[in-house]
Design a protein around this ligand. Structure first.
Ligand code: DX5
Ligand code: ZN
Length: 223
C-alpha cells in the first residue's frame, strides 16, 4: 500500500480546516501531523488542541510524528485527541521498547523513527514490534529542507530487513520529498511518502493531483 502523507506543518493555519477538506476531496487518506517541542528539535509547532479540533471534522488517518523528548509522557493524550498512529524517535525515548509497548497498549499503530545520523542497526531488533519505520531524510525540525542523499541507503537497508524477516511493516520517508526525490525513495523501498512544502506551497489541489499521479506512474514502473 502506497500513500502520500501530506504534512500540515507547511499548511496555511489560517485555512487549516479548508485545506484538509481539499486533501480529502483529492483522495488523500493519510495526514502527517508533526509535533515539535523545542527540545528534541529546535522549533515548536503545535500540539493536542490543534489535533483535537481537526479530528472533529476529518476522517483521515492521523499519522502523528512526535519530535518530542520523552514522548512516553504524552502517548495517552495524543490518543485521546485522535491519533491513529504515533511515531516516536528512537533517540528521544528513555526506554524505546517500553514506549512502543505503551503505544500498542493505547490501541493505535506504532511507528519508530530515526534521524539521518542514527543507523538502522539501532532499531533493527524492534522491527517485529512496530507497524512503521520512519526514516528521516532531513534533520527533523523544519519543513522545506533538501533531501539528504546519504539516507537512501538506509531506506534500502530497512526494507531489506523487513523482507528478510517477512514482516508487514511500512517504510515511511520524511523530508525533502518532491518530483526529484520521489522515485529514488520509492525504488529504495519507501511506501509512505510524507510531503510538506511539495504539496502545500502554491496550489494545494493541483500539487496533490500531480504528486499522486506521479506516485502512480512510479508504482507502475517498480511493481
Ligand atoms: C520535519 C518534519 C516533516 C516536514 C517535511 O522535521 O518531520 O514532516 O513537514 O517537510 P518537507 O516535505 O517540506 O521537507
Ligand atoms: Zn514529520
Amino acid at each position: 500500500m502506497y500513500q502520500l502523507c501530506p504534512s500540515i506543518l507547511s499548511a496555511d493555519f489560517n485555512r487549516l480546516g479548508e485545506q484538509i477538506k481539499t486533501l480529502e476531496k483529492e483522495g488523500v487518506e493519510w495526514l502527517h501531523i508533526d509535533v515539535m517541542d523545542g527540545d528534541f528539535v529546535p522549533s515548536i509547532s503545535f500540539g493536542m488542541p490543534v489535533i483535537k479540533s481537526i479530528r472533529k471534522e476529518s476522517k483521515l488517518f492521523f499519522d502523528v510524528h512526535l519530535m518530542v523528548t520523552e514522548p512516553e509522557r504524552y502517548i495517552r493524550d495524543f490518543v485521546a485527541c485522535g491519533a491513529d498512529s504515533i511515531t516516536v524517535h528512537a533517540e528521544a525515548c528513555e526506554d524505546i521498547e517500553r514506549t512502543i509497548e505503551q503505544i500498542r497498549e493505547a490501541g493505535v499503530k506504532v511507528g519508530i523513527s530515526i534521524k539521518p545520523a542514527t543507523p538502522v542497526n539501532d532499531i533493527s531488533h524492534m522491527l517485529e514490534d512496530v507497524d512503521m519505520v520512519l526514516i528521516m531524510t532531513v534533520q527533523p525540525g523544519f519543513g522545506g529542507q533538501k533531501y539528504m542523499d546519504e539516507c537512501t541507503e538506509k531506506i534500502r537497508e530497512v526494507r531489506e530487513l523487513i523482507e528478510a524477516e517477512n514482516l508487514n511493516v511500512d517504510v515511511q520517508v520524511d523530508g525533502g520529498i518532491n518530483d526529484e526525490t520521489m522515485e529514488t525513495v520509492m525504488t529504495a523501498g519507501a511506501n509512505l511518502l510524507v510531503a510538506g512544502s511539495y504539496v502545500f506551497n502554491g496550489d494545494l489541489e493541483a500539487n496533490v493531483r500531480h504528486a499522486r499521479a506521479k506516485m502512480d506512474e512510479i508504482i507502475q514502473k517498480i511493481d
